[in-house]
Design a protein around this ligand. Sequence first.
Ligand SMILES: Cc1ncc(COP(=O)(O)O)c(C=O)c1O
Length: 387
Amino acid sequence: MADEPSGVGVMTRYEEVAATLRERIEHGIYRVGDRLPSIRTVCQELNVSISTAQEAYRQLMDAALIESRPKSGYFVLPCRIPSVLPSVSRPAQCPLDVSQWDQVLELVATQRDDKRLLLGRGVPNLEVASLKPLSKILAGLHRSNDLHGFNYDKLSGSPELRQQVARLAVASGCLLHPDDVLITTGCQEALSIALRTLTQPGDVVAVDSPSFYGTMQILKANGLKALEIPTDPQTGISLEALELALEQWPIRAIQVTPTYNNPLGYTMPEARKRALYQLAQRFDVAIIEDDIYGDLAYTQPRPLTIKSFDTDGRVLLCSGFSKTLGPGLRVGWLAPGCYREKALHMKYVSTGASATLPHWPWRSLSPRAILSVIYALFPASINASGM
Ligand SMILES: Cc1ncc(COP(=O)(O)O)c(C=O)c1O
């Protein structure tokens, strides 16, 4: 019975059982170090004989996926399990209204506690020693009688902070003048300003798929339609599908997160980033590039931004310190390229000037000190960016 071919004779019964268990390991149902169900449990659950279950476990041991420990059972071994990539997305092939505000509201309203790790929002470790210089300056501000931090800031943001942002951008291949940068309230506001700068209600925006839920809600709130483009979990938005979409639909902007994408995690290869820029040039469309995770590179130099290829100002680069320092600072920025005047107006109508106090430390920290705060975990960057 045990080794009878199953179904169409492709797999024996024990191979089938082994495949089932393997699939569970690959999907994290049994994680590294976990004990697998006993032979007896497998027999009952999958309705097979003891010898079939034993043979299935032997196969998994041969594949170095599990080990047998005397008198303890079978355990999942580390590292031999190839990570399971999601398949290339296949979204609807037409522009659609965005929904799901209820789910997003629930997600952002959920508070972290000891029992729950929230995976819906990326927050850096806020207990690292490298944040100390920042909190010292902020504490000093509270003690001092300097009231400048209580006043309105410039509409485009503090010149010192804009200069630091311009210097930081060198590491991603961008040559920005401080006047090319607008300080925003987090990257979310940068994305919102960029989208409102480029579009009118009813316009179509091409997005990678799946896309960051915050951006999708900006589309929804502004009456924009999302045209989701199939996206590969390793190389990013499909340029072939995007080209077809650009031929077919009146796309006003392309919004992508090409470096350490949220939620898929990929970084588009440099050649594809460049090709995306060239495609946008050919169809005369603007690109909104979300680079909020870009400075978290493990290796240096960090990946180039699409903005680094921008010769005609069509790329609006959005980023901020939420993932590198702390989201509560709400320090974000937008490099709006040739759309600066309209973007400035959009900033005025959303927040006017940004909060001044969180921007204050940047006036007294030297560029090098700022970079060492950011890059305490990534020391090579300081040299890579030439600071
Ligand atoms: C891809 C992406 N863009 C933008 C944001 C928003 O950043 P901020 O908190 O600076 O507004 C996030 C935050 O989770 C994000 O994951």
